[in-house]
Design a protein around this ligand. Structure first.
Ligand SMILES: NC(=O)c1ccc[n+]([C@@H]2O[C@H](COP(=O)([O-])OP(=O)(O)OC[C@H]3O[C@@H](n4cnc5c(N)ncnc54)[C@H](O)[C@@H]3O)[C@@H](O)[C@H]2O)c1
Length: 445
């Protein structure tokens, strides 16, 4: 167990609350500050404002060691202050650091040395700018460490407590030591480096993970043309110890709050520094096209989509979260609506009613597929593994499944009476639906 320290956190989002809860679990006294009153009220009442497995239990277990506040001054007693605010993309694709700067403007004046830790994902060079800003404000007794976070939503607590590595980039080694000591009790290799390299490690890691997915998606697209099965191909390639199996599953493309913005931020950072990052431009484009391939797969079976009813199953950008930021489902459903289809959606936790106004969000899978001309699996929720059932087949107007995450067995699905389209799994001559006449579009009188 670590020596107990006082930890202050800016931001009660995924990263801030997992960080706060886990540091409390390690024995530290934690104060979490947010600017959204409803968020703080919910937390004080014992409610987590989003879906993240294990986190409610961690926060509850450590209730005596975590306080929630709207008042930045309450962080004045902290030994270490973590910045965990959002860094969304701007219109240009750069990272928007305005939330970071607002938090820095609100830093409480402490009468002893504090270490400020950047956990938010920021462009390389941010640490230098922050250091200069702190000095300009006479805050010379504030140390600065870049300690990027690698947790994945859905497994945040497990990832924080069992990280692959801790990255600590500091201007002064004693500041890195203070932060490293907070993590004692956690076993992980520690990468001690300068601030710029720590910032780059985070951006490069996300860019590489996204690259792997775009790569296997392109392999999948070629598999479809040449009659290979990407599932077997990915397995065979991934068993090579130099390559590994992770982040190597073909599907409808990556999404989420981090990949899109971080890949684009790195591409912009390179561009702003005079380097055209050609590979990342392709990684992003491949991903955009991948989401839209679902439309062509539907059209292959149904012809024009105007007037057709499509069930979009799974909205969150991945299972075990309700996060809809940059979710492929939103692009797919919006394209379907733009084609004139009726869209029925289902997700066990995510609510997209505000973002997909023309779609009908249903309470169950069976409700979503009722009368549908096709069902598209967009998020691999465990509930969808049993989709190829008699009940579903009878509920649908046409038994067509487009499996955007390759969760179903193609042969079993076809044997259960469905036409099946996966991603990169070739297609058999029996895959198509019988020819059906085009329905007349409904024209309002
Ligand atoms: N979500 C992830 O999986 C993940 C993983 C690793 C890194 N990151 C990075 O961590 C950062 C935070 O991500 P997130 O998903 O937790 O964001 P989030 O949007 O879930 O949470 C950010 C929180 O900060 C609050 N906030 C904004 N300004 C504030 C201020 N001045 N003082 C206090 N609170 C303030 C917001 O109200 C919000 O509650 C981002 O830079 C992100 O890229 C996220």
């Amino acid at each position: 167990m670590a020596d107990s320290r006082a930890v202050g956190i800016f931001g009660a989002g995924w990263v801030g609350l997992v960080t706060g809860g886990c540091f409390a679990e390690l024995g530290h006294e934690v104060v979490v500050r947010d600017i959204v009153p409803e968020r703080i009220e919910a937390l004080r009442a014992g409610h987590l404002p989003f879906h993240e497995p294990d986190l409610p239990e961690v926060l509850e277990r450590n209730r005596g060691r975590i306080r929630y506040t709207l008042d930045a001054d309450e962080l004045g007693e902290a030994d270490v202050l973590f910045i965990c605010v959002q860094t969304p993309p701007t219109y240009s694709g750069d990272a928007d650091l305005s939330y970071v700067w607002n938090a820095l403007d609100e830093l409480p004046r402490a009468n002893r040395r504090q270490v400020l830790v950047m956990k938010s994902t920021v462009p390389v060079g941010t640490g230098d700018t922050v250091r200069a800003a702190l000095e300009a404000r006479g805050l010379n007794n504030v140390g600065y460490v870049s300690n990027p976070e690698f947790l994945a939503e859905g497994t945040g607590v497990r990832d924080f407590m069992n990280p692959d590595r801790l990255v600590l980039g500091a201007f002064a080694p004693e500041d890195a030591a203070v932060v490293e000591a907070l993590y004692s009790g956690i076993e992980a290799p520690v990468v001690r480096t300068d601030v710029a390299s720590a910032e780059m490690i985070k951006l490069a890691a996300n860019a590489f993970l996204s690259t792997r997915i775009s790569f296997i998606n392109e392999i999948a697209n070629v598999c479809e043309l040449v009659g290979a099965d990407v599932e077997d191909v990915a397995k065979g390639v991934g068993l090579d110890h130099r390559l590994g199996p992770h982040f190597f599953r073909a599907g409808v493309g990556w999404g989420g709050s981090c990949f899109g913005k971080d890949v684009s931020a790195l591409k912009q950072l390179a561009g702003n520094s005079g380097y055209h990052f050609q590979l990342l431009a392709a990684v992003i484009e491949v991903n955009e096209l991948q989401k839209r391939r679902v439309i062509a797969k539907l059209e292959k079976h149904l012809g024009k989509l105007r007037g057709k009813t499509i069930a979009v199953l799974g909205l969150a950008f991945k299972p075990n979260t309700d996060d809809l930021r940059d979710a492929p489902s939103l692009v797919i459903a919006s394209r379907l609506l733009a084609e004139g289809a009726s869209v029925r959606t289902w997700d066990p936790v995510a609510d997209a009613r505000d973002r997909l106004r023309g779609a009908l969000q249903c309470g169950s899978v069976l409700d979503a597929v009722a009368g549908a001309d096709a069902a598209v699996i967009v998020t691999e929720w465990p509930e969808l593994r049993g989709l190829a059932s008699k009940e579903v087949r009878e509920a649908m107007a046409r038994p067509l499944i487009v499996d955007g995450r390759n969760v179903l067995d193609p042969e079993e699905t076809r044997a259960a009476g469905f036409a099946y389209e996966g991603i990169g799994r070739g297609s058999s001559p029996f895959a198509s639906l019988p020819e059906t006449p085009e329905r007349e579009p409904k024209v309002p009188r």
